[in-house]
Design a protein around this ligand. Structure first.
Ligand code: GN1
Ligand code: MG
Length: 550
């Protein structure tokens, strides 16, 4: 079979045209994201690119996930998954951006250019996996991706509606010849549930830990899949699902809860007070915990908190079974300063800070034998090196160790199985958190007591062009406009424990302002001053940023 690149253009011109009015878009923090109406040609071209990527990677499977995660219902998006389940290599993000932005008439030449540059033989097999979230426009956009792959004579496997982490998992399983697990929904669920049940044993309650979880599915694929899990969990974890049938992410989901610092709509009455609640986002790769206490006060346990809980527990198990492994924790600048302080000074675990976006965290976490990485918004996982897995496996069989040490090593092996190492996975993460809370006999209040968050705020500022702001040093320092960083520093210096930074979002047309300080009033004032400074110095549009309620 020989592939005629002209057909890529002919197909596009006939069925997936790019209008001349389409503005350039960029492969951002998590792929392309936009209003669903603007995405047909983007999807088609990403199908083309995925086929090319597969050929460039010795015909291994490449994933294409259609989702706009935590964005509103009218948005959609697409991200590519590399052979080992990682996010697309950054060099190819640039190719993706170039391919999407050329006019139809230049498409054939652009594809030829990529083939030449990347030494791609279009007669090789191309294998592409496609998955989508529950948005009503996802099936239609999925057709466009499939057509893109077929235009290049690749083969497509459609997984239908799946969470983003499930598709990452399927890609990894396939490319490891099933060593990581079976690339089916059944295989994924069985792997997690078997490990979870083994870790939990017969008792489902322990100390302050109660076997009842309230689960906000963000009206997305996360609710659908959790309903499937519940059947297989057989009561080993009681989960009450809510927000399973409405508008995706609307007044619910992990992003809503984290950003607004309040419970989602439709929280069941029996979750109050003190019920253990959890929210995932629209594609179920993020998770946050929360509860409302007897005085009606809301408490959030976010990604920073999850990272400390999991890392602390792993550290204890590793020490107990006596294997020598270096563990590290990776955060972004959005991590609460109190969490970083706690990890470094109390837990004595090394911490690194990377740019926003899990691909950066994941990459850094690979430097450790065991790398725990989480964004504050609840997106993260744990990765275990082969060395770590080998040493733990050897310890589980080592007759020179005590029975207790061997059992601890076995427990660690189950924890490894319960982790979706390919990417942050809300369901796997929550099963890990439940396992640790259960083992410790902790309520959420016990967990909350480990450290106290600094009051913090995340604000949005609208600019004519958000890209006038460029940043460095893991997003913490503004490079342009010149002088802006000095002015931010002057404001920050006025607030005890003050910290604030500014960066353009990679998923929305906004600039984000983060602020934290010793009191809520100070954090609010700091965010307000920095947001207005950015508005004035960087070309703000629309209404000036207002002061958030205290
Ligand atoms: C402050 C924040 O939460 N930013 C999020 C958000 O990215 P932005 O580039 O900030 O829009 O979406 C990303 C994808 O889900 C996620 O990785 C990241 O953490
Ligand atoms: Mg998401």
């Amino acid at each position: 079979m020989s592939v005629n690149l002209r057909s890529v253009f002919a197909f596009a011109k006939e069925y997936h045209q790019k209008k001349e009015s389409q503005k350039d878009i960029q492969y951002g923090t998590a792929g392309f994201r936009s209003h669903a109406d603007n995405l047909d040609y983007v999807m088609y071209r990403m199908g083309v690119l995925a086929a090319l990527r597969s050929r460039a990677k010795a015909s291994q499977a490449i994933g294409v996930m259609i989702t706009a995660s935590h964005n509103p219902e009218h948005d959609n998006g697409v991200k590519l998954i590399d052979p080992l389940g990682e996010m697309l290599e950054q060099r190819w993000e640039k190719l993706a951006t170039d391919l999407v932005n050329v006019p139809d008439g230049e498409l054939e030449a652009e594809v030829a250019r990529i083939c030449e540059q990347e030494k791609i033989d279009n007669n090789e097999q191309a294998k592409v996996f496609v998955g989508m979230d529950t948005r009503y426009h996802s099936p239609q956009l999925s057709r466009a991706v499939v057509n893109g792959v077929l235009a290049l004579k690749g083969t497509v496997t459609e997984f239908g509606i799946v969470t983003t982490p499930m598709l990452h998992y399927f890609v990894t399983c396939t490319n490891t010849q099933n060593a990581y697990g079976l690339p089916t929904e059944e295989g994924y669920m069985n792997k997690l549930i078997t490990a979870f049940k083994t870790l939990r044993g017969d008792s489902t309650e322990n100390g302050n830990y109660k076997n009842q979880l309230f689960y906000d599915g963000a009206n997305g694929v996360g609710s659908l899949k959790m309903l499937g899990f519940i059947k297989k969990l057989n009561g080993s974890l009681n989960v009450k699902v809510f927000n399973s049938n409405g508008k995706i992410n609307f007044k619910c989901g992990a992003d809503f809860v984290k950003t607004n610092h309040r419970v989602p709509e439709a929280l069941p009455e029996d979750a109050l007070p003190n019920g253990r609640c959890v929210s995932v986002d629209g594609d179920a790769d993020r998770v946050v915990y929360y509860f409302t206490d007897s005085d009606g006060v809301f408490h959030l346990l976010d990604g920073d908190r999850i990272a400390t809980l999991l890392a602390g527990y792993l550290k204890d198990l590793i020490e107990k079974c006596g294997v020598k492994l270096e563990m590290g924790l990776v955060q972004t600048a959005y991590a609460n300063g109190a969490s970083t302080d706690y990890i470094v000074n109390q837990m004595k675990i090394p911490v690194s800070c990377t740019r926003t976006g899990v691909k950066h965290l994941h990459h850094k976490a690979l430097d450790y034998d065991i790398g725990v990485y989480f964004e504050a918004n609840g997106h993260g996982t744990i990765i275990y090196s082969n060395k770590a897995k080998d040493l733990i496996r050897a310890a589980s069989k080592d007759e020179s160790l005590s029975e207790e040490q061997r059992e601890t090593a076995k427990r660690l092996l189950q924890i490894v199985d319960l982790t979706n190492e390919t990417v942050g996975d809300a369901i796997s993460d929550l099963l890990l958190v439940e396992t640790v809370l259960h083992a410790k006999g902790w309520s959420l209040n016990d967990w909350l007591a480990s450290y106290t968050d600094l009051p913090n705020l995340l604000e949005k500022v609208y600019l004519a062009d958000r890209n006038v702001i460029t940043v460095t040093d893991a997003d913490r320092v503004v490079v342009t406009p010149e002088g802006l960083q000095d002015s931010i520093n002057e404001i920050v210096a006025k607030f005890p424990k003050g910290r604030s930074f500014v960066r353009p979002s990679g998923t929305e047309d906004i600039v984000r302002v983060y602020a934290e300080a010793d009191t809520r009033a100070n954090a609010v004032q700091l965010a307000y001053e920095v947001a207005n400074l950015v508005f004035d110095r960087a070309g703000g549009v629309g209404k000036r940023p207002e002061k958030m309620e205290i």
